[in-house]
Ligand binder design. Structure first.
Ligand code: 4AD
Ligand code: MG
Length: 462
């Protein structure tokens, strides 16, 4: 008999059917009357299926009565309408095969509730909890819907490299990739080690963004996107920074900043709608346990036009507000998380797209505006998580790009391919990057980004 998933048993298998199920025991209650209730979860749903076992089963007293949370079992039996409250169907077991016992003294996920911080110590087991199971299902659904969105709009998926020689954001926050032995002494008279001896013969690192390679494909094929892991060696210990995170980066040829902002809005609303439609049980759980009002928040965003405001206007509004910010507001500063939250949560009560930031706080590749002080950048800000998307129209004019490189201490010799795009058939183009974990955070209400990626990497933690 083929195993059925718990979600199927609970939602579409007719009572009376002979079935097989398998999963992990959440709880067992044995009663003196000669029967036992087991709450069984297999990860397909937030909900467990209840298994009822009577003492006429041959392994009742020596195995079934010694099942503890975390044990794995396979059950065959009949799905029946449940007489108890709280579930509509349950399994009346004909046979329970114990696949693996779990020692109640050592299993870290006993019956009591454990906080998220403690669960971070057991990343290999935490997916068995309600919260992490729900996060994993939402994360998976969102990843699929991201591909679906771009596929429907005929964007090509481009796999950009993970090992690269460029520093897209120019922030120097890169993890170096080397095969040189850090413990081996340098050659006697060379003084320092030379990249010429290294694997690639030059300095290499893990990518901070697939954008620059993405641009080369957009400038041949039109609309593309990449979705992959990115790495930042910044020493940020916050609720919204990871050293390894996933980014979705579309890039469109023949597009300007407005087109870019339109795409970001359509994209985010599409994903909010998808998660509402397809993850309702998990969202109800998050709404009840993690962030009250979560569903209403997402529903509101599906309908809402995102507010668009220039950086200069945003600064003026923040300066006028009564709030006493830790970082005083002045033109030219980067927006801090407290400013982003004030804009989204207090002033506009929703998503905000801030455009046209000062050139000096943005990367070299963003297109200079005619006023010369600002660039055609845009950040999408959401309540609570703040910046979720960073993007821009790209500088397509060779002379401006070279000047921006000079101003940002970027060596043009390392970017000859990128500059060639401006030498041969240059076109206006634009794109953005969505931080996937920040987005999962927003959709689940989870307050720490370390709890929305299976194995978080952060400073001093691997
Ligand atoms: O704003 P960022 O740095 O933009 C870029 O990397 C551009 N090259 C993207 C592009 O235009 N193609 O990063 C984009 C997004 C941020 O808005 C944020 O959501 C997320 O990536 N992000 C992080 N998420 C988790 N941990 C970190 N350390 C992050 N740094 C950025
Ligand atoms: Mg940014």
């Amino acid at each position: 008999m083929k195993r059925q998933r718990v979600i199927e048993l609970l939602t579409c298998t007719p009572p009376g059917t002979q079935i097989k199920a398998a999963g992990w025991v959440r709880t067992r209650r044995s009663s003196k009357g000669g029967f036992t209730f087991i709450e069984l979860n297999d990860g397909s749903s937030l909900h467990n299926v209840q298994v009822m076992a009577f003492d006429n089963l041959p392994n009742y007293s020596d195995e079934i009565n010694h099942l503890y949370p975390g044990a794995s079992i396979a059950v065959t039996g009949r799905l029946v309408e449940s007489e108890g409250s709280g579930q509509s169907v349950e399994i009346k077991a004909d046979c329970i095969r114990v696949l693996g016992h779990a020692d109640p003294l050592n299993y870290p996920l006993g019956k009591q509730r454990i906080n998220f911080e403690t669960l971070r110590e057991v990343p290999h087991l935490r997916a068995r909890t309600n919260s992490f199971g729900a996060v994993a299902r939402v994360r998976s659904l969102l990843a699929h819907e991201i591909h679906r969105f771009f596929h429907e709009r005929k964007f090509l998926l481009v796999h950009t490299p993970i090992i690269t020689g460029n520093d897209c954001e120019g922030a120097g926050a890169m993890f170096q990739v080397t095969t040189l032995d850090p413990l081996a002494p340098a050659a006697p008279d060379s003084g320092t080690r030379n990249y010429a001896d290294d694997f690639f013969g030059r300095r290499a690192a893990l990518t901070v963004s697939g954008q620059l390679e993405g641009e080369t494909y957009a400038c041949a094929l039109g609309d593309i996107y990449t979705f992959g892991p990115t790495f930042r060696a910044e020493n940020s210990n916050t609720r919204r920074h990871l050293s390894e995170f996933w980014m979705v980066e579309p890039e469109m040829a023949f597009a300007d900043l407005n087109d870019d902002a339109d795409l970001a809005q359509d994209f985010l609303r599409y994903l909010f709608d998808a998660v509402l439609q397809q993850c309702s049980a998990d969202l109800e759980f998050f709404d009840k346990r993690i962030e009250p009002g979560l569903i209403a928040k997402l529903e509101h965003l599906v309908e809402q036009e995102f507010t668009r405001i220039t950086y200069s206007d945003a600064i003026a509004l923040l300066a006028k507000s009564e709030r006493d910010f830790d970082f005083p507001v002045s033109w030219g500063m980067d927006l801090q998380s407290e400013h982003e939250r004030h804009l989204t949560e207090e002033i506009f009560k929703g998503a905000v797209i801030v455009t046209d930031y000062p050139a000096q706080i943005k990367a070299f590749y963003m297109r200079r505006n005619t006023n010369e002080r600002t660039v055609a950048a845009m950040d999408v800000l959401l309540p609570k998580v703040g910046e979720i998307v960073g993007g821009s129209q790209r500088e397509e004019r060779l002379d401006y790009l070279l000047e921006a490189m000079r101003n940002n201490n970027v060596d043009p010799d390392n970017y000859t391919q990128y500059l060639d795009l401006r030498r041969f058939g240059s076109v206006p183009h634009a794109g953005f990057g969505l931080g996937f974990e920040r987005f999962v955070q927003f959709c689940t209400g989870m307050s720490n980004i370390r709890d929305v990626i299976p194995f978080p990497r952060t400073p001093r933690r691997l």
